[in-house]
Design a protein around this ligand. Structure first.
Ligand SMILES: C[S@@+](CC[C@H](N)C(=O)[O-])C[C@H]1O[C@@H](n2cnc3c(N)ncnc32)[C@H](O)[C@@H]1O
Length: 313
């Protein structure tokens, strides 16, 4: 039943509960593939710090401010920085909220190299990064992230730039082999927008009119558009999937759309060629067709059943 949001029924408590139950059923149907739920449902903590308590908050896209992440995603980023040592490379800083978080979590003497192809930093973030304790070790580079930074090694990569398949692939090819474990700490890489999540569930619940409009337009379209916009970037997931598929990485933890993986091996020369050839079915296809699950979705599914934490392991 479609009820326009201007209608008084749409404002009633009963309608509100019915609508949320419907949305939950819809998400549950998607979850039958075993993809979303293991990542999202987990609630218990796997650690002792404040960053392990994201599960006591409501975390979704409404948490975004100068950092373009949910609270749980930012908490995981913080945790991943703390688990590593050595230099940090950030691909995509936008307003520089994430650069502030990386600088604060890492602390001196770790160096932060942040690449963006434009300078769009918020004044408050710039001022924070210009403080004496950060200034000399935070490097705000304006460059194309697809080009490697020569002679630098990193203990942690945060990839959040060009989200297309080719874009993420180019970032991985450019920087993967500069990622190295050090001081007996793991070499970790975080990808934002990699996983299906519930960051926009609140927003989509109120978009009945918008969805009806898309449904009507789809009737005359050759290529139909989804009524609910994807909440992650399939290209990012595909590259992550390929890294796991080839045994180069394994999942470390995830929260919201953020996937953190541990590096296991160097990138082979033919990685891009293999990645383009071996296009695994996207999770969206897996959801609807019940077809072959990707390597990553199987791994997340297995891990999700055995472990539980919002910043999930
Ligand atoms: C999603 S925003 C980054 C958000 C930021 N990490 C945060 O959490 O607040 C993506 C950024 O990547 C940058 N970007 C896109 N393609 C790029 C490329 N090839 N090289 C460098 N930066 C790129 C964009 O300019 C944009 O500022």
């Amino acid at each position: 039943m479609f009820v326009p949001s201007c209608c008084p029924i749409a404002r009633s408590k009963q309608y509100y509960f019915w609508r949320n139950a419907k949305l939950d059923r819809q998400l549950a149907r998607n979850d039958e593939s075993g993809f979303c739920r293991p990542v999202e449902e987990s609630k218990q903590s796997a650690g002792e710090g404040f960053e392990d308590l994201a599960w006591i908050f409501t975390c979704d896209s409404r948490n975004r401010g100068l950092i373009r992440q949910g609270f749980d995603e930012a908490a995981l980023l913080w945790k991943a920085v703390k688990a590593t040592s050595g230099n940090i490379l950030e691909v995509g800083r936008n307003l520089a909220g994430s650069t502030v978080l990386l600088a604060a979590a890492a602390g001196p003497p770790r160096n932060i190299y942040s690449i963006d192809n434009r300078s769009n930093e918020d004044r408050a973030c710039k001022d924070y990064l210009a403080r004496p304790e950060h200034k000399a070790r935070v490097h705000l580079l304006v460059a194309d992230s697809h080009v490697p930074l020569p002679n630098l090694r990193f203990g942690f990569l945060f990839i959040d730039g060009d989200h297309t398949f080719e874009g993420v692939l180019a970032d991985v090819v450019a920087h993967w082999n500069a990622l190295q474990a050090s001081d007996e700490k793991p070499a970790l890489v975080a990808f934002h927008d990699a996983l299906p999540n519930q960051n926009f569930k609140w927003r989509d619940a109120d978009r009945n009119l918008n969805r009806l409009w898309i449904r009507l337009k789809n009737k005359s379209r050759k290529r139909q558009k989804p009524e609910i916009a994807p909440d992650y970037e399939p290209g990012v997931l595909k590259v992550c999937d390929e890294l796991i598929h080839q045994g180069l990485a394994e999942k470390w933890r995830s929260a919201g759309s953020m996937l953190v993986m541990e590096k296991l091996a160097e990138l082979p020369r033919n990685f891009s060629v293999a990645a383009r050839k071996l296009r695994h079915p996207s999770p969206t296809i897996s959801f609807s067709s019940g077809g072959r699950h990707s390597q990553l979705s199987r791994q997340i599914s297995r891990m999700g059943r055995s472990q539980a934490s919002q910043v999930s392991s």
